[in-house]
Design a protein around this ligand. Sequence first.
Ligand code: ATP
Length: 568
Amino acid sequence: MARFRDKTEFEEEFALALASRHPVVCIRTSEENRAIDSIQAVADKLDYQELFWSCTRGVFHDREGTLLSERSNKANPAVKGLKAADVTMAIEAFAKKVNDDVGKKKWLLVLLDPDPYIEDKYNNPIHRRRIRDFALQARLEPIDGCIVIVSLRGELPRDLEKEVMILDFPLPSRAEIRSWLDELIKKIGASKWMTVQDGAEDTSEDHEELREAIIDAAVGLTMFEVRYALSQALMRDRILDLEDVREIHLLKQQIIAKCGTLEYLDVTNWRIKDIGGLDVMKEWLRKRRMTFSQASRDFGIPVPKGVLLTGVPGCGKSLAAKCVAASWGMPLIKLDMGRVYGSLVGSSEEHIRHAIAVSEAAAPCVLWIDEIEKGIPRARGSIGDNGVSLRVLATLLTWMQEKDSPVFVFATANDIELLPPEALRRGRFDEIFFVDLPTEAERRKIFEIHLGRAKQDPAQFDLDRLAQLSGPDTYGDEIALSGAEIEAAVANGLIEAFNILLKGNGEPTLTQDQLETAILQTIPIAATRRDDVHSLRGWARGRAVFATEQPHVESEGVRDIIDQLIQS
Ligand code: ATP
């Protein structure tokens, strides 16, 4: 399976497939028209003639739909009597054409959405076998003909997989959107219609800035969606301005949300300083910020792949994804693995490919894969869902291994032991971090952050006492409130304070006593699931880097990591 940065790269690879006489190619795309444009561009360049087939129209000569059977049944007796839906007959006719025209013409047969006819589950082996026959024959004796399957799902049955080269057609690149946008601007007559600020005289830098902002907003959409978004923007007031950029972002959020597994998150309000503690991880991430630049490529640094975060729930894994994307100034796209498996629309594999395509088109960006382990069968060795979850994970891991696009993967896992060992191998993630319950110093910081967020003055509180009270002194045995529980304790304290205030006998702010009571009323999840927390920490020692420096566990972890490094 090959993935491409842009249409040009795709066309080069497709041309190579034709030149090396690959008999069957499958192009996976949700943009049939754009893919056909590319197929035709390559066919023209290499002097191929095209035929098309779809179940509704049978075989036809060109995309405008001149039916071959209508136009030239006489000239081509091989296609006489073609039934519209019969893909096998279309291939028969095509194979004959290719044979008849040896040395004279080269042919492509573009099958549009043939999936229902060749999928295993429809149990019609004849169509599949016909494609295989064609491929096997072509291997014995290379021919000037290629069957091109254009399909949204592109899930080939096992017996075809080996014979077919799969190419994923890329979403429009920035350059493609830029050139289309420039044409549009020319057409609408327009630099005067592009304004950054209403009423102000725009400079060419303003135009460039706006153009870049529109492109940023449009990446990740199909060309049809880009056109739709921009024509809507233009129709409103015949002006392209920053308001339209916001509208395109909104439209993109809606479009991405429609697939049910991806979410385009607004992170503009988050800052790295919203994370209390996790200093080791924050420093690691701070250094990676620079590694997306061309200068770092020139220096020999590879594009960063991403991190895997595991640990105690509620301790800031998701928060870190939001804050990192925000502080890097990158869009955050969230992929919910739970929904990938549970979705009623499309297949799990299709969703994962779509997520990869969207994030590559939106790069540089952060792809947050929430609960990456969701869906993986609990029992080792069991293939539960017919292996779908493992195949989805394999697609993801292969992409991570090979990717050179600046998509930073931020994967979070609660039950990391479900992940197969290959997921944790070097080359997939740049680092695996373990996020533990906050230390006393971190709890102090987290109280400060959440009191500030709740419009309280942290300086009015004895933060040291709050930090102490919310940790092992109260719950024993290295157990403490998580960040989420600290946030909830502050919220509960506030509700109590507000109620007392409403009764007319309280302070207009939260008091230390009220907050301490709220803390003591909180039973940390870690206290009820002590064994789980200990076993998580046990797993992490030697396998992950602790996101916070914790002398009691860190020393052992680091020693193991160094040992592993020496051995590898
Ligand atoms: P889960 O595995 O259950 O999804 P998580 O580790 O992803 O948990 P978050 O969702 O990031 O935890 O935490 C929930 C909320 O708790 C955050 O939005 C934040 O408000 C607060 N919180 C957690 N950890 C921290 C922290 N280290 N600093 C500040 N706030 C925190």
